[in-house]
Write a protein that binds this ligand. Structure first.
Ligand code: PEP
Ligand code: MG
Length: 569
């Protein structure tokens, strides 16, 4: 029995068999010469045969899958590619993995030089095929196929890897890396998958198929638990299910403080599948639709085909409140197919920076959102990662152009559709008074705002101790944004993860936020919390807290306030 601790990002108990996946070997191919080329060649030939058979046995369900498999096939059957691998091994004496890596680089460079647009767009598939070969050479599984319920254990997972898995089979998620607000954590939250991130080394310790018990609230995972531990985890599961049932009974009650202030609780979703949960939790609309998750695998071909999805969301959620489509926040850790890795992606070609350069992609998304606005007046559009007024004005002017095109083409849209900006960079927060002149609402993305204000990577487990939502710098910025927005009659909301943690609710209510948007699961607990609070007392508390000098004192003050008002985590 081995006990491991990490950052619990979604509460819940899971007990089950582990499905272990490691990228490490694939990411770090050793460039060493081999003393036994014959052995390396045989290893490669075996791996090649296995991968080719695997690929040929996959039955595609969609056009995307069919395209992907055809890229795998053509690459794995390309005589030039295979010749290069073999001669890398026999003549240059490369190891099998190095030979594959070097030949794949050559292969992609040759395709790029041909100017073949189709293949240039399939770089991610080529990389996948290469990974399959490297994994087969290393004798490990190259993808997590979750064909039966399992606790997924990995060194890391990208959001696109997670969304490709059969998530209904994921009992729990345990990762070596990642933090509270990394996008994989956010997806786990949305899908209500118990998850612990930043464990450090669990993927190296756990064996595929071993039994694991985990408690996502405590951030505790146990490999090969004994019977007593399993019994105790089962008992915890029973308690959690009962608490959840109690909370669900209150889903229809209004989120109003004891002194009558309404706090609008809305939902963050990543696709249509989030809507049912949002309605069941009593969400008053969608405060953040992370549209980029719909196109991670096909950002180019997808454009206006998104309209149907957006319209469906507008139709089903519009009656409950605003439906806020955030334009693509691609880049950072949400790389779409064909986007190149950057040295510093978090500060790089992200969100509107990407969209304003790829106006073909942006235009078709804007048209899709505009179309959806004709379905319901509840539709709102929001721009991510705005860094200042000039950028906002450029984006708004592009939106005007697209609206003109729609008018000319007779595409109906709501001329009064509300437009908002996210406030997730310190520069946007500090100039919120200027931005507020041009938008109807502002939504604070605390996940990024904390990351950029404290200069600490939100997804890096090594720096999580510095990722402090209650850092005075963060709270001062939040307070400033609320004041700037209110001064201009603009609604101010939060759609970062902070909104969904009930322990922060008194502070957020006290700072004066009008709307809090979070995953469906969090709404239940936050609603309960709002209903026990006095808005006036929260405002006094927030004022006091803003005079404190450091995150630790503020955390302590919040803990005391929560205790005094009957809440303990
Ligand atoms: C945020 O940064 O707080 C936010 C809501 O956007 P995302 O988490 O998708 O970056
Ligand atoms: Mg963000």
């Amino acid at each position: 029995m081995i006990e491991k601790r990490g950052i619990g990002v979604f509460p819940g108990i899971a007990i089950g068999k582990a499905a272990v996946f490691r990228h490490t070997i694939l990411d770090n191919v050793e460039h060493a010469l081999s003393s036994d080329p014959e052995y390396e060649l045989a290893t490669f030939e075996n791996a090649h045969r296995t991968v080719l058979e695997d690929v040929r046995s996959i039955i595609p369900h969609t056009k995307e899958e069919r395209d992907m498999l055809s890229v795998y096939e053509s690459m794995l059957s390309d005589p030039d590619y295979l010749f290069l691998i073999r001669s890398n091994i026999t003549e240059r004496r490369y190891t099998a993995s190095w030979a594959v890596e070097a030949a794949t680089e050559n292969y992609t460079a040759a395709l790029a030089a041909l100017g073949d647009a189709y293949f240039a767009e399939r770089i991610a598939d080529i990389k996948d095929a290469e990974n399959r070969l490297l994994a087969a050479i290393a004798g490990i599984s190259s993808e997590v196929v979750i064909s039966e319920p399992a606790v997924v254990i990995a060194d890391y997972l990208t959001p696109s890897e997670l969304i490709q898995m059969e998530r209904s089979n994921i009992l729990g998620l345990l990762l070596d890396t990642g933090g509270q607000t990394s996008h994989v954590a956010i997806l786990a939250h949305s899908d209500e998958i118990p998850a612990i991130l930043g464990i450090g080394d669990i993927s190296a310790i756990a064996e595929d198929g071993c039994v694991v018990a985990m408690d996502g609230r405590e951030g505790l995972a146990i490999i090969e638990p004994d019977d007593k531990t399993i019994r105790s985890f089962r008992a915890r599961k029973g308690v959690a299910a009962r608490t959840e049932k109690e909370l669900k009974k209150e889903a229809a009650l209004p989120a109003v403080t004891t002194d009558g202030r309404s706090v609008h609780l809305m939902c963050n979703i990543e696709g249509l599948e989030g809507i049912e949960g949002a309605i069941a939790a009593g969400a008053e609309g969608v405060g953040l639709f992370r549209t980029e998750f719909l196109v991670l695998h096909d950002v180019k071909g997808n454009g206006e085909s998104q309209a149907g999805i957006y319209e469906e969301a507008a139709r089903s959620m519009g009656a409950y409140g605003p439906v806020t489509f955030r334009t693509y926040d691609l880049g950072g850790d949400k790389m779409a197919e064909g986007m190149r890795r950057e040295e510093n992606p978090i500060l790089g070609w992200r969100a509107v920076r990407f969209c304003m350069e790829r106006k073909d992609i942006f235009r078709s998304q804007l048209i899709s959102i505009l179309r959806a606005s004709s379905v319901s007046p509840s539709v709102r559009m929001m721009f991510p990662m705005i860094s200042g007024l000039e950028e906002l004005l450029e984006v708004l002017s592009f939106l005007d152009e697209v609206k003109d095109e729609c008018r000319k083409k007779g595409i109906a849209f709501d001329e009064n559709m509300k437009i908002g900006t996210m406030i997730e960079t310190p520069s946007a927060a500090i100039t919120a008074d200027l931005l507020a002149d041009y938008v109807d609402f502002m939504s604070v993305g605390t996940n990024d705002l904390i990351q950029y204000t404290i200069a600490v990577d939100r997804g890096n487990e090594k720096t999580q101790h510095l990722y402090r939502p209650l850092h005075p710098a963060v709270l001062r910025l939040m307070k400033y944004v609320v004041e700037a927005g209110k001064g201009k009659g603009v609604t101010v909301s939060i759609c970062g993860e902070m909104a969904g943690y009930a322990e922060y609710t008194p502070l957020l209510v006290g700072l004066g936020f009008d709307e809090l948007s979070m995953t469906a699961h969090s709404i239940l607990e936050v609603r309960k919390r709002v209903r026990t609070l006095s808005a006036e007392s929260c405002a006094d508390f927030a004022d006091n807290v803003l005079s404190l000098r450091d995150a630790t004192s503020i955390e302590q003050a919040l803990k005391e306030y929560n205790g005094k008002t009957g809440y303990s985590k």
